[in-house]
Design a protein around this ligand. Sequence first.
Ligand code: FES
Length: 104
Amino acid sequence: MPKILFKPNDVEVEVPQGTPVLDAALDNNIKINHNCGGNCACSTCHIIVESGYEALNEMSEDETDMLDEVENLSETSRLACQVKAKSDIVIRIPETVDDFEDDL
Ligand code: FES
């Protein structure tokens, strides 16, 4: 079973192959925003893949369009609800405005 390491909290979870990264996070109490409920209709579940990017499922046109909305886009940005764990990956959950507001 593939392992997903979530940064910055350094929480590692093991999930059945094909599990969406968003589901893996939420099932393990790791916060990733998901305003559209995982339907590839927002960009709030933006993640940055730090390792294992090459082995991920291909990006759909819808995901590419949604990623265009992301402010801090990186070359390995993906949407957590669209990425399925096939092999071990390391992802970083970027800070969001929401997280900042939580700290106030
Ligand atoms: S939760 Fe909206 S695109 Fe992933």
